[in-house]
Design a protein around this ligand. Structure first.
Ligand code: IMP
Ligand code: MG
Length: 170
């Protein structure tokens, strides 16, 4: 059974707020949004549809997770060409930040390509579980130390297609 944590409506409203905040920040400057696969794909699509500015989208794929435990070892499975990043305003879109290892890896990978600016936008943040200090610029919701699924987030590749965010109740 899945216990709902955030409904579709709550997620939508929060995304609208973030999209407006981003637009206020960037206006008509071009922004390259990097969607991290697979988890952030639902969030990125909804956010970009609500974003009124000049946007591009790129995809990155990293893996670190094994069931419910982070391995700390990050692997890059899909890369981006430097031409798409150098001298551009870049925003990494993440589904959830847990220990912070994934984001640290992503930030270093993108920073090496010399973007004009780099910001982080995450749907969920499990602050209490952070192992390394990472600055996050835009957060959908801060959550407690819970394992959540739905709206892109999986448990062993299941539940990504739920339209809401929930917690598995055993
Ligand atoms: P970190 O490297 O520990 O910050 O892990 C981040 C990644 O772990 C996220 O991008 C997710 O793919 C996965 N993850 C962390 N917590 C959860 C969760 O509660 N549900 C599903 N995936 C999670
Ligand atoms: Mg992820």
């Amino acid at each position: 059974m899945i216990k709902k944590l955030y409904t579709q409506k709550e997620i939508n409203n929060r995304i609208k707020e973030i999209a407006n905040e981003l637009y206020k920040q960037y206006k008509n400057e071009e922004v390259v949004f990097i969607c991290t696969l697979k988890g952030a794909v639902f969030f990125a699509c909804d956010l970009l549809k609500k974003y009124k500015g000049n946007a591009r989208i790129e995809f990155l794929r990293v893996s670190s997770y094994n069931g419910k435990n982070t391995t700390g070892k990050i692997e890059l499975n899909l890369s981006i060409s430097k031409d798409n990043i150098e001298n551009k305003n870049v925003i990494i879109i993440e589904d959830i930040i847990d220990t912070g290892y994934t984001l640290k890896f992503l930030k270093e990978y993108i920073n090496d390509m010399k973007p004009k600016s780099l910001k982080i936008c995450t749907l969920l943040d499990k602050k209490a579980r952070r192992k390394i200090k990472i600055e996050v610029d835009y957060t959908g919701f801060e959550i407690d130390d819970l394992f959540v699924v739905g709206y892109g987030l999986d448990y062993k590749e299941q539940y990504r297609n739920l339209p809401y965010i929930g917690v598995i109740k055993e």
